[in-house]
Design a binder for this molecule. Structure first.
Ligand code: HSE
Length: 333
């Protein structure tokens, strides 16, 4: 099937790169934020948005190994030590896998989205770094082959190598992780008119902790509801049936637990649904929340009304309105 990609982490034969690799000494790359889970698809569904996202500037250096010369927009929260930073660690795994640990890169990371927001912040940085390295090396193979290296970054960032942020950040669009072992990742179609309204309430919810509070065992009746919803959402995506998507986007497993981490979560849902949302739920592990809408104007109305409510309860917030980003990472000229 054309849109089906099977990947494994096995070492590939080293491609024949020759200096000056991709014809450039440096490159600036943008990689997008992502909404993981998409309400009912915990760890298996995600999509990319146009904005926000992160930028990486990468330069080839003469010495083997990776340095990080600058990080901006992180309030000093991210490590400059290349052994502790998810971007450099993922890129080093990539270099090792192609048999080129002799290559040296210097990285500048410019965070242009909130950290710990549930919008795939670490994934956006890691994917920007991997895509920059791939571009500098002139490696023209499919970006999706970088997925196992990006997942190493996720593992380091939050203790678990889930792919529902990194896969859409790398491949763009709407993505299903059909299986983790072996890795089997599928691009899904989506209605073109869909808009996404995101609000990030400025409270800290680290993914590592948001994963620790989830129950490990589920009731069979809840599992039945959940897999019916996932199948309904995927059917709606294939058939452009936005109503079916909306009624399928219900989560009986994870949301009832994580909702407590988000200020006035159920009130925010009421506001979104009263103002024309197709769906409402937590983005990734939160605290960001998101709605699908059928048009851009409704998405703006929803973010405005949700932010007004958050203002009232004295929670700062940021809002983003975006269509689904089918392109994924891109070189910024
Ligand atoms: N699927 C992951 C989780 C996404 O919900 O923990 C984290 O952004």
């Amino acid at each position: 099937m054309e849109n089906e990609i099977l990947m494994s982490e096995k070492k590939e034969a080293s491609p024949e790169f020759s200096l000056p690799f991709g014809g450039r000494e440096s490159v600036r790359v943008f990689a997008p934020a992502t909404v993981a889970n998409v309400v009912c698809g915990f760890d298996v569904l995600g999509f990319a948005v146009e904005a926000p996202g992160d930028e990486v500037i990468m330069r080839l250096t003469d010495k083997p190994g990776i340095t990080i010369s600058k990080i901006t927009g992180d309030d000093g929260r991210l490590p400059l030590n290349p052994e502790k930073n998810t971007v450099s660690v993922s890129v080093q795994h990539y270099l090792n896998s192609i048999g080129r640990p002799d290559i040296g890169f210097d990285i500048e990371l410019h965070k242009k989205m909130p950290i710990g927001s549930g919008l795939g912040s670490s994934s956006a940085s890691t994917v920007a770094g991997l895509f920059a390295a791939k571009t500098l090396l002139g490696d023209e193979s499919d970006a999706a082959k970088l997925l196992p290296f990006a997942m190493k970054g996720e593992e380091m960032a939050c203790g678990h190598g889930h792919a529902d942020n990194v896969a859409p950040a790398l491949m763009g669009g709407f993505v299903l992780i059909r299986s983790y072992e072996p890795l089997d990742v599928i691009r899904l179609p989506h209605p073109k008119e869909l808009y996404c309204a995101i609000v990030f309430p400025d409270v800290d919810v680290p993914t590592r902790e948001a994963r620790q509070i989830i129950r490990n065992k589920v009731l069979l009746k809840d599992a039945v509801t959940q897999w019916g919803n996932i199948a309904g959402l995927v059917s709606g995506l294939y058939t452009n049936d936005i109503d079916l998507m909306g009624r399928s986007m219900q989560d009986v497993l994870i949301e009832p637990v994580r909702a407590m981490l988000i200020p006035d979560f159920y009130k925010l849902r009421e506001i979104a649904m009263e103002n024309g949302a197709v769906s409402f739920g937590i983005s990734g592990s939160g605290p960001s929340v998101f709605s699908f809408t059928r048009d851009e104007q409704t998405a703006h109305t929803i973010t405005r009304k949700i932010q007004q409510h958050l203002d009232k309860i004295k929670i700062d917030s940021q809002a983003f309105v975006s269509p689904i980003n089918d392109a994924g990472p891109r070189v910024l000229e």
